[in-house]
Design a protein. Structure first.
Length: 234
C-alpha cells in the first residue's frame, strides 16, 4: 500500500467493541409507551432514514418513531426519552482496548486521523466525552451531513477538511453500510477490520463481498502504515 498522510476510521464496531443494544433501549421504549419489540423493529427498519436526519432533531425523530408504532407520548415523556436514549447509546459504546493506543501511534508518526460515522443524534453528543475525542482531527457524522455511507461526499468531506487528496488517505471499517466499497469508489484506499468479535455486531448493509485487505485487530493499522506485511484473517 502507498504511504498515507491520514487514516480515517468508522466508529461503531471499529473504534468501539461490537455494538449490541442494552437494556436502556427498552427503558426508552417504555418511557414512550411503545411495546419494546415494536420500537426496536422500527429502529432497525429506519436506521438510514434516521441517520440521515430525515425527521428533524432527536425529539422529532422519536416522535416519528412513535407514530410508526401508533403511540402518542406526551412532550414530557418525549424529552425524558431523548435523554434516556442518549444514555442507552452511551452505555452501548465501549472503545476497543487498542483504539486510543492506535490513534496515538498514528499521530506520533505524523498521521492525521478522523472518524466517518453513520449515526443518529446521540454520537455527536457523546463523542466529546470519550478518550478518542482529542485524537481525532476530523469528525464526519451522517446525521449532520444529511447522507449516509457509501455516499462519496462523506469521504471527500473528510479529505477536504484535512486538505488532502483521497489517494493520501486510508479508510478502516468493519464493512457496515458498504463503507469499504464507498471509500474505494471515492478514491481512498480501504481495509476491513475483521476482528473475531464482530460476528455479533449490530450492522446494516454489510460489505459482504469485500475482497480487499483485512486486519484481525485495530492495532495492525499501525503496522500497515509502517509498511509491515499484515496477514489477512482466515
Amino acid at each position: 500500500m502507498p504511504r498515507f498522510q491520514a487514516v480515517l476510521f468508522d466508529f461503531f464496531g471499529t473504534l468501539t467493541r461490537p455494538i449490541r443494544r442494552g437494556s436502556g433501549h427498552r427503558a426508552t421504549a417504555e418511557l414512550l409507551g411503545c411495546p419494546p419489540d415494536a420500537y426496536i423493529d422500527v429502529l432497525d427498519r429506519t436506521f438510514y432514514e434516521r441517520a440521515s436526519g430525515r425527521f428533524g432533531d432527536a425529539e422529532a425523530t422519536l416522535r416519528w418513531v412513535c407514530d410508526q408504532v401508533g403511540v402518542r407520548p406526551s412532550p414530557e415523556a418525549l424529552r425524558a426519552a431523548v435523554a434516556c436514549r442518549r444514555q442507552a447509546v452511551r452505555a452501548d459504546t465501549r472503545l476497543r482496548a487498542d483504539a486510543v493506543p492506535t490513534l496515538r501511534a498514528l499521530r506520533e508518526r505524523g498521521m492525521r486521523t478522523g472518524v466517518i460515522s453513520d449515526c443518529t443524534h446521540e454520537l455527536p453528543a457523546i463523542l466529546p466525552e470519550l478518550a478518542v475525542a482529542p485524537l481525532l482531527d476530523v469528525r464526519i457524522f451522517s446525521i449532520q451531513a444529511k447522507r449516509c455511507k457509501p455516499d462519496p461526499a462523506l469521504y471527500l468531506a473528510a479529505c477536504t477538511w484535512l486538505g488532502l487528496p483521497p489517494a493520501d488517505c486510508l479508510y478502516v471499517g468493519d464493512g457496515g453500510s458498504q463503507e469499504l466499497t464507498g471509500a474505494q469508489q471515492a478514491g481512498l484506499s480501504a481495509v476491513r477490520l475483521a476482528a473475531p468479535d464482530l460476528v455479533d455486531h449490530l450492522a446494516f448493509n454489510v460489505d459482504n463481498d469485500w475482497v480487499g485487505p483485512a486486519l484481525g485487530t485495530l492495532g495492525e493499522v499501525v503496522h500497515l502504515v509502517d509498511g509491515t506485511p499484515v496477514a489477512v484473517p482466515s
